[in-house]
Design a protein around this ligand. Structure first.
Ligand code: E4P
Length: 275
């Protein structure tokens, strides 16, 4: 599973890049807003170029369109591609359905925009996916990546059942019971179940689009995304930092450091400059 960082903050991207195993970056309008806060009037083009410059040229960077109708989504997608392709590996992020309410007359504009932009060779990450059906249509239209939002799916299932939760709270991938019944959103029992079902459908249907587990809230959910067969997980910096943590690892390190015998250390130092 590839590891992407879900952030537009340069410091976080640079810090995550130091891990040596970062495969990509995803941004969205809210993440750009968070990154811009406190920076005064920002030159957005320069700022985004600095995101590309923080990583290697081949690293995929997803940038989202903000329009909600076909013509504007296509125009913005082309602008993002043209402006930044010389700086790195641009993926244009297109919402699967740009309606601002449950229903509207432009529900298919996202899929149509994906079809047109991908036919021009622009790489697409289709975002805001909450059903396997949305993922299937996005892939049929030519999306290279589909992004089911695991954490927000868990939020939705809890909200519908009036279960209180904190953003980082773990939600079991096999679902949760209330009054003896497994809670679900039209048969999807958790965000990870959504990822797993999309993956299963893509395998059965021979679809090549990559499945990116988005909206990851904690390290256990990251693990479960891998178990579900996600091709990519995009992870906030706060969660990336926890991926290497375990009390017993630090305790073990303290004990090993305490137990080093001088002969072992000097053997390792033999031949070092000045020794
Ligand atoms: C995906 O690409 C999105 O940027 C993201 O994962 C959303 O996560 P959130 O639900 O934590 O905002």
């Amino acid at each position: 599973m590839k590891l992407f960082i879900d952030s537009a903050k340069i410091e976080e991207i640079k810090e995550a890049e130091k891990l040596g195993v970062l495969d990509g970056i995803t941004t969205n309008p809210s993440l750009i807003k968070k990154a811009a806060v406190g920076k005064g009037k920002i030159d957005m083009e320069k700022y985004i170029i600095s995101i590309f410059n923080a990583v290697g040229k081949k690293i995929p960077v997803s940038l989202e369109v903000v329009a909600s109708d076909f013509n504007e989504m296509v125009r913005e997608g082309k602008v993002l591609h043209k402006k930044f392709r010389k700086h790195g590996n641009v993926y244009v992020k297109i919402p699967v359905n740009p309606c601002l309410e449950d229903k509207c007359s432009t529900a298919s504009d996202g899929i149509r925009a994906i079809k047109l932009l991908s036919s021009k060779g622009i790489k697409i990450n289709c975002t805001l996916i909450f059903t396997p059906e949305q993922a299937l249509l996005a892939a049929k239209a030519g999306a290279n990546i589909v992004s089911p939002f695991a954490g927000r799916e868990d939020d939705y299932i809890r909200e519908m059942s009036r279960i209180k939760f904190e953003k980082e709270d773990y939600y079991p991938s096999r679902g949760k019971k209330k009054l003896g019944k497994i809670l679900s959103d039209d048969g999807i029992v958790s965000g990870i179940d959504l990822v797993a079902e999309i993956k299963m459908i893509f395998r059965k249907q021979g679809i090549k689009a990559e499945v990116l587990a988005a909206s990851i809230r904690n390290k256990r959910q990251f693990r479960e995304a891998a178990l579900a067969g996600a091709d990519i997980a995009t992870v906030p910096f706060s969660v990336i930092k926890t991926l290497l943590e375990h009390n017993k690892t630090s305790e073990g390190m303290r004990k090993f450091v305490k137990d080093i015998v001088p002969e072992y250390k000097s053997m390792l130092n033999k031949g070092r400059k000045g020794k």
